[in-house]
Write a protein that binds this ligand. Structure first.
Ligand SMILES: c1cc2nc(N[C@H]3CCCNC3)c3c(n2n1)NCC3
Length: 326
């Protein structure tokens, strides 16, 4: 009998039977991240195409699954959790996260595959609008994702009208999680630092910063802060980020609207307290103008009106003609 270490419990029912009873699991990986691969799997009875993330059971893994399950409810811009299994493989307790399969892959690859890596402002605004919907949903639940990046933004299919959804909740945190000790009666607030009290807000503000980076990359194909040397987080790069030192190089940015640049500037504001909030992004000129209902139906309406006016004009002209004939 293997010792069953309990890393905590789930606030929803998980399945304990072997996942292979219900799903046909392919060894083909859909993608891979730092904490594991994502495999293709298909429900045996319904044929539903899914994606399977295998996690070694731990407190962190359970936290990721709890956050993802809670976050995806009532939001079509977050990858849906279909099933959660607790299985044991050669004495290793595993958590198996079954999700809806995103056939369009990572936004990251879509950007890389594009000829010049660029999107029109309208395409970029459509993607940003969907990311904003997901982040607004999270922030309303007082959840910060904290790992927003194109690798964690997935597309439903290969077409241009694909829906963009957020995944990978390994770094997600609930606003008042770590404030628990502060809320217990025994806690004396005399010594708590201000940043601890506003930590929840700052975590959410970091999602806005990441969105600014993603918007910048969508519009020009490269990130605003990138390492000069091969060393990942060089001191130069670190200081450029900390001081918000980036440019809009003319070559790619001269044809991009001032509204887009000012929106990016407000997202890439170094001081979290001054950074634009999700609500302000939603009502920003750039986003509203570029994602308002496409004028196509307005034009069509005009056509109809013009058509009608023509018919009326012809009818009345005919009428006049007839009268003069009589
Ligand atoms: C659901 C979840 C998922 N995760 C995926 N890939 C993960 C890999 C780790 C980093 N985040 C994205 C992929 C997917 N899907 N579909 N389809 C193609 C690639």
């Amino acid at each position: 009998k293997t010792t069953n270490i309990r890393y905590g419990s789930f606030p929803f029912t998980t399945r304990r039977n072997p996942i292979i009873d219900d799903y046909d699991i392919s060894s083909e990986a859909l993608g891979c991240g730092i904490n594991g691969k994502v495999l293709k799997c298909q429900h045996r009875r319904t044929g539903q195409k899914c994606a399977l993330k295998i996690l070694k059971d731990s407190v962190r893994a359970r936290q990721e699954i709890i956050m993802h399950k809670r976050a995806c409810e009532n939001c079509q811009y977050i990858v849906q959790v279909v099933d959660v299994y607790e299985n044991t493989y050669d004495f290793n307790q595993c958590l198996l996260l079954v999700m809806e399969r995103m056939e369009g892959g990572e936004l990251f690859n879509r950007i890389r595959e594009r000829t010049n890596g660029l999107y029109t402002e309208r395409d970029a605004a459509r993607y940003i609008w969907m990311i904003v919907q997901a982040v607004k949903h999270l922030h309303q639940m007082d959840i910060a994702h904290r790992d927003l990046k194109p690798e964690n933004l997935l597309l439903t299919n290969e077409k241009n009208d694909a829906i963009l959804k957020l995944s990978d909740f390994g770094f997600a945190k609930h606003g008042n999680d770590q404030l628990l000790p502060l809320c217990t009666p025994l806690f004396t607030p005399f010594y708590v630092a201000p940043e601890i009290l506003s930590r929840g807000r700052y975590d959410k503000a970091c999602d806005i910063w990441s969105m600014g980076i993603i918007m910048y990359v969508l519009l020009c194909g490269y990130p605003p802060f990138f390492p000069e040397s091969e060393e990942q987080l060089s001191t130069g790069l670190r200081s450029r980020i900390r001081t918000g030192n980036y440019q809009f190089p003319n070559e790619e940015w001269e044809h991009i609207s001032e509204e887009a640049k000012s929106t990016i500037r407000r997202m890439l504001t170094v001081e979290p307290a001054q950074r634009i909030t999700i609500g302000e992004i939603l009502t920003s000129t750039w986003l509203t103008e570029l994602t308002s209902e496409r004028p196509i139906d307005m034009i069509a309406l005009q056509d109809v009106e013009t058509q009608t006016q023509l018919e009326v004009a012809v009818a009345s002209a005919t009428d006049i003609q007839r009268r003069t004939d009589d």
